[in-house]
Design a protein around this ligand. Structure first.
Ligand SMILES: NC(=O)c1ccc[n+]([C@@H]2O[C@H](COP(=O)([O-])OP(=O)(O)OC[C@H]3O[C@@H](n4cnc5c(N)ncnc54)[C@H](OP(=O)(O)O)[C@@H]3O)[C@@H](O)[C@H]2O)c1
Length: 321
């Protein structure tokens, strides 16, 4: 498992219950200490991949400060970040625009310099943040050439995906070779028991040697006890029954269902609290212990999955908090 810092680096995020996680204390020193405490818990739990982005507020700064304070050497840890969105919330929970998407060459050039200034030699993986076919980034020759230059300088180049067309975007990325070698060696995509469409494309990517990182394994908290949406009551009952059968909480069950996918190389926890992180990490043991049962349960529970359009519309309606 890896730890994502989307919920740790800034006051506002869309995850259910985010405001409560931070106890509404947005003082920078308090948020730094909070992020470092969760990072310490992750390190103790054996997590060695950390995921940030330029647009996650101060996430790169918090991560870099923690790595240096704990004297963790670059070779002991894997660090990924992303470019393509600029943070514009001004350290507020409510903002007119939280982030601005721009996949152009000037933004890539500015943001790689910013990421490197903070993360230095720790930065190993640099991802396009939420690439889509519409954004045109995979057809932008200038951007692709710059990414190839960064690859040739030693970075692993990846892309993250978002929206109902993750599979098409990934297949397009898989076809991009520059200088006789694939440009993208890593993909970060959403897959969870509610959103399973990207599975076959992720299996293809994994089989072709791409690293597969899974994000939003808990559907931004919708697959936890926090989801009290009346429209989810029946599915929550099914999930709770399965969780009770295995003696764990909903989050542990849902993460274990991702961990047993043969193509999932790294599954991210998005926890912003140490106790949730511990409950998330328990999924590793559950996946080992109940692998066959989990596959069988997923086969029996196909009704949990939502059509991609419904899933992404629901996600888009989650409130920043
Ligand atoms: N386009 C992209 O590239 C993109 C998009 C989204 C995410 N990501 C990456 O993926 C990472 C993970 O995504 P995510 O944050 O959306 O993760 P997620 O795993 O889908 O959701 C995390 C949410 O579940 C809650 N949770 C976890 N365990 C819980 C428990 N036992 N009880 C109650 N609530 C629980 C967390 O609450 P607490 O905060 O209270 O722990 C948090 O609100 C991000 O940090 C980021 O690095 C990338």
């Amino acid at each position: 498992m890896g730890l994502g810092l989307a919920a740790l680096g800034r006051p506002g995020y869309i995850n259910l219950g985010h405001a409560g996680d931070l106890a509404r204390d947005y003082d920078v020193a308090a948020m730094t200490a909070h992020a470092h405490a969760v990072l310490d818990a992750a390190w103790r739990a054996g997590i060695r991949y950390f995921d940030a982005a330029r647009s996650y507020g101060r996430a790169e700064e918090f991560l870099s400060g923690w790595l240096r304070a704990r004297r963790i050497a670059p070779g002991q840890v894997a660090v990924g970040s992303k470019w393509g969105y600029t943070y514009t919330a001004g350290w507020q929970v409510s903002a007119e625009r939280h982030e601005i998407k721009d996949h152009s060459l000037p933004v890539l050039r500015r943001q790689i310099d910013e990421s490197r200034a903070l993360l230095g030699d720790y930065l190993g993986l640099y991802q396009i943040h939420s690439a889509t076919l519409d954004s045109g980034v995979l057809d932008n020759e200038e951007v692709l050439a710059e990414l190839a230059r960064l690859r040739d300088g030693g970075l692993v180049i990846g892309l993250s995906l978002s929206g109902p067309n993750q599979a098409d975007t990934l297949r397009r990325a898989l076809a991009i070779d520059i200088g006789g070698a694939p440009l993208f060696r890593s993909v970060q995509a959403t897959w969870n028991v509610l959103a399973q469409e990207a599975g076959p494309a992720l299996a293809e990517a994994h089989n072709r040697g791409m690293g597969v990182i899974v994000k939003e394994a808990l559907a931004n908290g919708r697959l936890t006890d926090r989801n009290d949406d009346p429209a989810f009551t029946e599915r929550r009952r099914l999930l709770s029954a399965a969780a009770a059968e295995t003696g764990v909480g909903l989050d542990t069950l849902a993460l274990a269902a991702v961990l047993v996918q043969p193509w999932a190389d790294v599954v991210l926890s998005g926890a912003a609290r140490a106790e949730h992180l511990a409950s998330n990490v328990a999924a590793v043991a559950l996946a080992d212990r109940r692998r066959a049962w989990l596959h069988d349960w997923l086969r029996r529970s196909r009704a949990l999955a939502e059509p991609a359009e419904v899933y992404w519309r629901t996600r888009a309606a989650l409130a920043w908090n």
